[in-house]
Design a protein around this ligand. Structure first.
Ligand SMILES: Nc1ncnc2c1ncn2[C@@H]1O[C@H](COP(=O)(O)OP(=O)(O)OP(=O)(O)O)[C@@H](O)[C@H]1O
Ligand SMILES: [Mg+2]
Length: 245
């Protein structure tokens, strides 16, 4: 469960999020859409604790984030939050000197209570499932963009997060692979986990997102059930945006 109220975020005195309210029930998928620079990544970073904010409150899982927390308290809460949430960034940040398989087993080996053999078996299973078993022993620079994206997604899934944040996770994937990944995300949500997804691909959101939030200049223009927002948007600005989708 995620609950955001009155969220305001400033960069160098300039307000980039204008009092946002967002609710994401457990076991559901939210798709965040909007033009470049509208604040999608910033919103996601405030919810998952990567960016502090100036006003409002965020409840993510069972952790409350508030602007009034001291740096020390904030860090402490962040540590608990990290155990519950996973993230795939717009820029993937794979470890460049490790192979695909090493990339995906790294965190579980050090953080979770799992043996090396178990982690390898699980990592190999995921690589197979995502259709990139052949990349297991190659480094990221020898992988295509779409293969790298799938390694980054697997790395997040390996930690079995309750909440998964994804920023443009499939921008480099072809339609068939994209649809395979969507099926894996659907399974993830059906198992009771929560997905928050930023994407420019409306097609990817269909059949995955339960709710859609459309942003413009740091404000929520429209939010609601996916079919409603995508197929019968109420606000003329949402309609105009979707005309290009
Ligand atoms: N670290 C930063 N310092 C200053 N301004 C920033 C910073 N990060 C983002 N911004 C500004 O905040 C606004 C929102 O940026 P954000 O990255 O959230 O947009 P976005 O919706 O994710 O865009 P895109 O679709 O291009 O990824 C933009 O105007 C951006 O220039
Ligand atoms: Mg972004």
């Amino acid at each position: 469960m995620i609950h955001v109220s009155g969220l305001e975020k400033f960069f160098q005195g300039k307000r980039v999020l204008h009092g946002l309210n967002v609710d994401i029930p457990r076991g559901s998928a939210l798709g965040i859409i909007g033009g470049s620079g509208s604040g999608k990544t910033t919103l996601m970073r405030c919810i998952n604790g990567l960016s502090r904010f100036e006003q409002g409150r965020v409840r993510c899982g069972d952790i409350d984030l508030l602007p009034t927390l001291s740096e020390k308290d904030y860090k402490k809460r962040l540590q608990s939050l990290r155990r519950q949430v996973g993230m795939v960034f717009q820029h993937l940040y794979l470890f460049p000197h490790k192979t695909a398989l090493q990339n995906v087993i790294e965190a579980p080996l050090y953080v979770a209570n799992i043996s090396r053999d178990q982690a390898i078996a699980e990592g190999e299973r995921w690589l197979e499932r995502f259709g990139i078993a052949h990349t297991a022993h190659r480094r990221p620079d020898a992988l295509s963009g779409g293969e790298q994206q799938r390694v980054a997604i697997i790395r997040a899934l390996m930690m079995k997060p309750k909440i998964l944040f994804l920023d443009e996770p499939t921008s480099a994937l072809d339609p068939k692979r994209s649809s395979d990944v969507r099926e894996i995300f659907n399974e993830f949500v059906r198992q009771g986990s929560t997905l928050v997804l930023v994407t420019h691909s409306i097609r990817f959101l269909r059949g995955l997102a339960d709710q859609i939030l459309y942003m413009e200049s740091g404000e929520v223009v429209e939010s609601g059930a996916a079919e409603q927002v995508l197929d019968a948007p109420k606000d003329p600005r949402t309609r105009a945006f979707l005309e290009y989708a």
